[in-house]
Structures are given as C-alpha cells and as structure tokens.
Design a protein around this ligand. Structure first.
Ligand SMILES: Cc1cc2nc3c(=O)[nH]c(=O)nc-3n(C[C@H](O)[C@H](O)[C@H](O)COP(=O)(O)OP(=O)(O)OC[C@H]3O[C@@H](n4cnc5c(N)ncnc54)[C@H](O)[C@@H]3O)c2cc1C
Length: 430
C-alpha cells in the first residue's frame, strides 16, 4: 500500500492531542464531537493505541462496550472512530515541548523539527513503569532484570521469552498478567513477592492469573538482593516487619534466571512540568478541574498522565470529557463553573477532579490508602455510597448529583471512606 502523503503541519490545529493511547484517542473523538474542526493526535510509536497494543489478554471494554475485548481490539474501536471523524494521526513523532502559547514542538521523520500551533492542547502521555532503581535493590547488575511491561512487549510484540524461570517483584496488574502469560508460554514462574500485606492488582487478576495457575503469592515479602554475574542466577527474598523493613534473619534464596519488576506506574509528566502546570504531589500528575482542564487555560489532561487507572473504560470516559472541553474551549463554549473544592479525608489518597460545580452531575475518581471492608464513602457528613470492600489497587468511582451539592456552593467537601455506622447515615448524594 502506498504511504499516505505527509500531513501539512503549517496549518493551525484547533486541538492537538499529545499521545495516541486510549486517552488521546478518546480525547480526539470528544474534541471533534464538540465542534473542533481540525484535530491532530501525535504519538511517538509507529502505531497509535498506546499500551493496549501489547495487552493481548481479554478484560478490556466490559463497562464501555459491554463486551470483553483484547487491548488491540479496544484500541481498534477507537482508531475507527478517530478515522471516521477525520482526525489527523501522526505517528513516529515525539512531542518535545508544549509552550505557554500552546505551540507544540515535535520531532518526526517526515517533518523533522516542527512547531504546530494549537487552539487547545490535551496532554495524554500515559505513564511509565517504576524500575529496579526506584526501589534500590542491592546486588549485582546482571542481565535478566526488567520491568513486567517490557517483558510483556518482548513476548507479545517481539516474540521473545525473557527467561525460563521467572520471579516477580510486586503484585501490580502487569506482573500478575505476565505471570499467567509466561506460564502459558511454558515458562516456570516461581512466585510473586509483594511488600504490602495485600495484593496490589485487581482481585480478578489475582484469581485468574495466580490462583488458577497455582503461582505462590508471598505477601509482606520483598527482594533484598539480586545475584548473578552475566545473568541473574538467584535472588534473596525476606519477609518485612510492620514498618516494611526486611527481616534479614528470615531471608531465603530463590533460584531464577529472570526478575520481573512490577512495582507501579508513574504518570509521564515531563511536558506538563515544563509547561508549568500545577502537579498533584500525591498522583504526580496535573491537577485538573471538573472539565479536565489543568491550571493553564486551554491545556487539558486525561488518562494515566493524570492518575493511574486500572480499567481502560474509565480512561475513555474521562478522556472524552477532556476532549469535549478542549473542543468547547476553541469554539467558545467552555464555561468552567467549579465552585466546590474536594479534599481527601479519612482513608482517601486523592480525588480526580479536585474541584466540581454545583450545576451538573460529576463522576469523581478516588483511591483509598488501605483496604477496608463493609464501609461507606462519605461526602462531608453525608453517607454517599455503601462499599462492600475497598483496596488501594481498585479505583473507586462516585457519581455526585447537583441537588446534593447546592449546600456546598463556594465551600469545601471532604471525601472519606469510613467503617459503616448506620446510625450516622444522613442522606444519599449519589
Ligand atoms: C500491562 C497492562 C495490563 C492492563 N490490563 C488492563 C485490563 O485488563 N483491562 C483494562 O481495562 N485496563 C488494563 N490496563 C490499563 C489500561 O491499559 C491503561 O489504563 C490505559 O492504557 C491508559 O491509557 P493512556 O492513553 O493514558 O496511556 P497509554 O496507553 O500509555 O498511552 C500513552 C501514549 O502516549 C504516547 N506518548 C507519551 N509521551 C509522548 C510524547 N512526548 N510524544 C508523543 N507520544 C507520546 C505513548 O507512546 C503512548 O502511545 C492495563 C495496563 C497495562 C500496562
């Protein structure tokens, strides 16, 4: 097939979206639906779709499409919508900078170093994995230590196995999914070692990827040393005490040739930081209002670059909102009216957004600090939503109705998750 003609980047785009993962694609669809005429999505990879392209397992789209899709299938649905709407997609292009005048500097093979003027910008750069260096595991530096996401790309995209006998540090979703994936490819997975007293991935992944395949999950345990000259030959693991300090007197060795590190994702926020948007110290992503606008006018953000999502369906919902608001910004219909500040209270790490308005319904996303069962989500002192259980690994969503918010106009609303006490229930906000 003939290569399509290069895009003319001298045109001013109404909306430029940085990142062509599910967040960027959802935002582009939202921007076009809101009336933005010229929309450009830029991605550094040869294909748009983001991390989904390497996630060939099922489990995507249950909420959004009411179907169970693989990652590439889910991405394809959005790529089709983007194409139908005439959005320009530029791949193999790296965005180097976004300045305060919303001028996007990108580097690509076809265009070399090109500045693109945008009426509004949506930041959707996703996240990157924490590495061995982030937790400073002592020992030698042999081959065979890698992040779980990199191993996923090796297996699912490049067609290589990372090793024959694999240990996994961290019970995040990527590590859990890779445990199953590697077993299906004939690799021995000797165990998952998790620092916390609870698993850090979705419950369904613990069951379907570890329990169903008899992979041992060692909670409150960490890797304290990596051994090997050219290649990993074993690791030392140890239980941790209540302060999460390894108890070295009870350490033991585990023979393996590969250590996968699955210890969390960090929002990719260099562009946001350079642009000077306000960042949330807890999520490390940009602080956003209820339209996903950052602290800079006309700059919106969504997806994992704002906060880490466990389900792509939530990314799509949030990014459509960001894109619609960006489209509204360039067509003069963006009227943010936030007048209630949300603050995290008991057992809540953060909320997204951090402000909402009293004039419409909002979806608020939050994560808890510690697991709890039989609890209730409270807004102020109002019982908003009963929850059978909460765990830090699973994002909680709450729809807040305007009727309830009126009383908080101009004020602050504390969001907390507490043990259920039926007597203090005052009303329902959602
Ligand atoms: C291993 C794994 C398994 C998962 N399993 C599930 C599951 O079963 N079900 C589910 O619902 N969700 C799952 N998720 C979560 C879901 O995939 C993510 O929430 C979603 O991909 C986040 O979308 P995003 O667009 O924010 O980020 P990404 O998908 O990471 O996309 C970001 C894009 O931005 C591009 N980019 C970044 N910086 C630049 C730059 N400077 N210039 C140009 N381009 C740039 C990147 O190349 C990338 O394509 C999984 C995630 C992972 C990692």
């Amino acid at each position: 097939m003939a290569k399509p003609a290069p895009l003319d980047l001298r045109r001013r785009y109404d909306v430029v979206v940085v990142g062509g993962g599910p967040a960027g694609l959802g935002a582009a669809v939202g921007a076009r639906d809101a009336g933005a005429e010229h929309v450009l999505v830029v991605d550094r990879e040869p294909e748009a779709g983001g991390i989904l392209q390497q996630c060939i397992h099922h489990g995507f789209g249950l909420h959004h499409f009411k179907e169970e899709l693989t990652g590439p299938e889910y991405a394809q649905r959005f790529l089709a919508q983007v194409t139908e709407r005439g959005v320009d997609v530029l791949t193999d292009a790296y965005v180097l900078d976004v300045d305060r005048d919303r001028r996007v500097a990108l580097l690509s093979q076809d265009h070399a170093l090109a500045p693109v003027d945008a009426g509004a910008v949506v930041l959707a750069m996703g996240a990157r994995e924490r590495t061995r260096e982030a937790v400073r595991i002592p020992g030698s530096r042999p081959a065979g230590v890698m992040t779980a996401g990199f191993a996923q790309k090796l297996v699912n995209v490049a067609g290589y196995l990372p090793g024959k006998r694999v240990a996994i540090l961290g019970s995040g979703d990527i590590g859990l999914i890779m445990a199953r994936r590697l077993i299906l490819e004939g690799v021995e997975v000797v165990g998952v070692f998790e620092l916390m007293p609870h698993a850090n991935g979705l419950s369904r992944n613990v069951v379907q990827c570890l329990h169903d395949f008899d992979v041992p999950l060692h909670l409150s345990t960490t890797v304290v040393r990596v051994h090997g000259r050219d290649r990993v030959d074993r690791i030392t693991v140890a239980p941790v005490d209540e302060a999460l300090r390894p108890v070295l007197s009870r350490a033991w060795d585990v023979a393996c040739d590969t250590l996968l590190v699955s210890i969390g994702l960090i929002p990719d926020n260099e562009l946001a930081r350079h642009l000077g948007v306000r960042l949330d110290p807890v999520t490390t992503g940009p602080v956003v209002d209820s339209t996903m606008q950052t602290s800079r006018d006309g700059v919106f953000a969504c997806g994992n670059t704002v906060h880490i999502h466990d389900l792509v369906d939530m990314v799509s919902q949030e990014s459509y909102l960001a894109g619609s608001a960006a489209g509204g910004f360039v067509t003069g219909r963006h009227t943010p009216a936030d007048n209630v500040r949300l603050t995290p209270g008991a057992n809540v790490r953060y909320t997204v957004p951090t402000t909402i308005s009293t004039d419409r319904e909002h979806t608020v996303y939050l994560r808890v600090q510690k697991p709890m069962t039989d609890c209730v989500l409270r807004l102020g002192d109002v019982h908003a939503k009963p929850l059978r259980y909460v765990v830090p690994a699973e994002m909680v969503t709450l729809k807040v109705r305007p009727r309830f918010l009126e009383a908080f106009h101009g004020g602050t609303l504390t969001v907390s998750v507490e043990t259920r006490e039926p007597a203090s229930t005052k009303g329902a906000a959602a």
